[in-house]
Write a protein that binds this ligand. Structure first.
Ligand code: HEC
Length: 249
């Protein structure tokens, strides 16, 4: 009987807990890649993050999750590396999860990661592989619209989807552009970078073409919103794996 009552109490608490957690911005359910967890780094990061933010992290193995730490650089934002393994963070829109992702990829989190002394194995560093730059410029446009705009306005020359290298000749694909450390800068000002000034009109920004040098092709017309959206789309792309043969320009 006592056991039965205990069971009931526990069940009620568990259910209440689950419901409360659902909408609790101060409680983040995290799925952690097993090798990352086994290193002890997650356990080291947890209290340090919570101390700063009052947001609690709890490891879950499956089910409802607010944030995932995965191995590899193909998904999310790479934030830690050990030997040849990179880990990335993927956050849902949960505000606490977003804060943890920002922390992990920001100055404080990165310093905390490198200060960790594992019991066994190499220390962790910030990701150094080219394919996974830490993103510090975050575009907040509409990626779906950006994709549509890129297909309409850039795809004539650039490959903008399906992670292939090139569309025409030497024109870099969006996946190659995305590998540049300063991709965000180049993207924001692409219309000032050759060859684009000759054929690109940015509404309310660029001057009219010199009448003696008309656009060689039907002009590409974009708004600043289009550019923000295209950059937001590019931000979601997995950078091309350049291997050794193509160097950064
Ligand atoms: C008519 C062909 C053409 C179109 C259309 C075009 N581009 Fe390009 N773009 C190029 C070429 C060619 C390069 C490579 C220039 C180089 O390497 O010197 C380039 C390079 C770039 C670069 C890198 C520039 C640099 O110097 O690092 C960015 C960013 C870029 N394009 C963005 C865009 C976006 C965004 C659009 C669509 C709104 C677009 N481009 C449309 C031909 C085009």
């Amino acid at each position: 009987m006592v056991r039965m009552i205990m069971f009931l109490i526990c069940t009620v608490f568990a259910v209440q807990g689950a419901v409360a957690q659902e909408s609790n911005p101060r409680f983040v359910r995290v799925q952690v890649d097993a090798s990352f967890f086994d290193s002890g780094l997650f356990t080291y990061l947890k209290p340090r993050f919570t101390l700063k933010t009052q947001i609690r992290l709890e490891r879950v193995l499956d089910g409802e999750t607010d944030l995932i730490i995965v191995s590899g650089a193909d998904t999310g934002i790479a934030f830690a590396q050990r030997d040849n393994t990179v880990w990335s963070v993927v956050a849902t829109s949960h505000s606490g999860a977003q804060k943890f992702a920002d922390w992990l990829t920001g100055q404080v989190g990165q310093t905390t990661i490198t200060s960790f002394v594992p019991q066994t194995g190499s220390p962790f560093g910030v990701p150094t592989i080219d394919a996974a730059p830490v993103i510090d410029v975050v575009f907040q446009g509409d990626a779906a619209r950006g994709y549509a705009a890129a297909k309409q306005k850039c795809a004539r020359c650039h490959v903008v989807d399906n992670n292939r290298m090139n569309a025409i000749g030497s024109t870099p694909s969006f996946f190659v552009l995305r590998t540049f450390e300063d991709w965000a800068l180049r993207m924001s000002g692409f219309y000032t970078l050759n060859p684009h000034p000759a054929f690109t009109i940015v509404e309310d920004v660029t001057d009219p073409f010199d009448p003696t040098r008309p656009s060689p092709i039907v002009p590409i017309i974009v708004t600043l919103d289009d550019i923000e959206n295209i950059a937001t789309y590019m931000q979601t792309l997995t950078p091309a794996d350049l291997g050794a043969e193509i160097q950064h320009q």
